[in-house]
Design a protein around this ligand. Structure first.
Ligand code: GCU
Length: 420
């Protein structure tokens, strides 16, 4: 009964976020012209990787930073790492499980890290934030139950409580931990609510509160929640760089949906991410906004006013006036490898728009002599396409599946020069 109630609440929430007036008709996609990626503001063409790196990339970064995700501070001065638990015989002896607390001047992020027990040498790691608490990514009873934020049923306000034990492993299919470990990779995750609860009006509970210096809110070009989540991902990297079992030169960031938007921005901000994966990131992520297909900028600003910086609000219903689009966000990751994935039934996230984002970003990889995603017909289901920029669309709905992870593991093997 309770589960039914919770399920119907979730349905109501997603229906509210997906207005019926959304366009799903390809013939109604407006004609649009993307802002030039390879022309500087002064009108000079960008002809090589040096010009991209030194002249055009800083311009593109400044645009996305000031107009969309907001500026975030650097590495905090007051930060410490503490090993909270370790089990060298986790997952039936196949893995080492560590729980590490990152303490940022009293604000705590709880890292759950698994590494293959049989590793010879340092291990490459996938890092991703999770939606529901660390204990939901696997049924392993040794994972501490997360304290997480949920909407109070009567007031709708976010309240923190320790998650019930029967929620262990409820999101395991999205993480494929056993496959990751058996392929020789580690996995590190943090509950995204540890960094900032995903509710409008929760700024006091966010790590952003430490940086307000008496102001009521960040300035119009300063970070929103996505900026904070991306910043938190960098703090996980800060820890992983200190872990002697981790190959800190081969750390991938992966995120689904709003956390896919976050992964793309994290990859843009922090060059230490050696590989970036956007799973169903949609509007505000890999999808071209100018297509106005499925979710729109106005939908984002209305339903999730805390995600982006205040300057982004001016672009609601003004996609064609935006001085940027998703191809510029993706391009900021060059020349590192990036994987953009969609699900064919996830029309709200605009799979074709995500593909076109990858295509339009690819010329930057070409400048580095690397292959991106070729323009051409939208690929068939389950046919990954491209080179260092890779794209696939899989069957099914908005989710992360075993199929997605298999491609990410193959891609990491290939890009990190590991055997296949
Ligand atoms: C909503 C939202 C999307 C987001 C998704 C998610 O559907 O409109 O922008 O990607 O939630 O994070 O699951």
């Amino acid at each position: 009964m309770l589960r039914l109630f919770v399920a119907s609440l979730a349905l109501a929430a997603s229906a509210a976020a997906q207005p019926s007036r959304a366009n799903y008709d390809e013939s109604k996609v407006p004609n649009y012209q993307l802002p030039e990626l390879l022309v500087t503001r002064a009108g000079e063409p960008v002809k090589d990787s040096a010009a991209w790196r030194s002249r055009r990339r800083p311009e593109v970064f400044a645009l996305l930073e000031s107009q969309m995700f907001g500026h975030a501070p650097g590495r905090p001065e007051r930060m410490s790492f503490e090993l909270a638990s370790i089990d060298r015989k986790a997952l039936g002896g196949k893995a080492v499980r560590k729980e590490v607390t990152i303490d940022i001047a009293g604000h705590k992020l709880n890292v759950l890290l698994y590494l293959p027990a049989n590793a010879r040498g340092k291990t490459p790691v996938f890092v991703g934030l999770n939606f529901n608490g660390n204990h939901t990514i696997h049924a392993d009873p040794g994972i501490r139950l997360a304290r997480r934020w949920d909407a109070d049923k009567s007031t709708g306000k976010a309240i923190a409580a320790t998650a019930p034990a029967d929620t262990r492993g409820t999101r395991a299919s999205r993480w494929q931990l056993d496959a990751i470990i058996s392929r020789g990779y580690g996995l590190a995750t943090v509950y995204y609510g540890d960094i900032e609860p995903d509710f409008d009006g929760m700024l006091p509970e966010s790590v952003r509160a430490q940086y307000l210096k008496g102001a009521a809110a960040p300035a119009a070009g300063e970070w929103g929640a996505i900026g904070a989540w991306a910043w938190g991902l960098s703090r996980i990297l800060d820890y992983l760089e200190t872990d002697p079992d981790v190959d800190s030169k081969h750390i991938a960031v992966m995120g689904h949906s709003r956390l896919g938007k976050t992964a793309l921005w994290a990859g843009a901000v922090d060059p230490r991410w050696a590989l970036v994966i956007s799973n169903d990131s949609g509007e505000g992520g890999a999808a071209i906004s100018r297509r106005v297909f499925g979710e729109t900028v106005a939908d984002l600003n209305r339903a999730f006013p805390h995600w982006f910086c205040a300057n982004y609000k001016q672009y609601s219903r003004r996609e064609s006036d935006m001085p940027f689009d998703s191809h510029m966000l993706i391009a900021l990751i060059a020349p590192r490898p990036v994987y953009i994935a969609s699900a064919v039934e996830d029309r709200w996230a605009d799979p074709k728009g995500e593909f076109l984002g990858a295509v339009a970003a690819s010329p930057v990889w070409t400048l580095y002599g690397k292959k991106g995603v070729d323009p051409g017909p939208f690929p068939e289901i389950h046919h990954p396409t491209g080179g260092v920029v890779r794209y696939h669309v899989r069957a099914g709905v908005h989710d992360v599946t075993a199929y997605d992870w298999e491609q990410y593991l193959n891609f990491a093997d290939e890009q990190f020069g590991r055997r296949q």
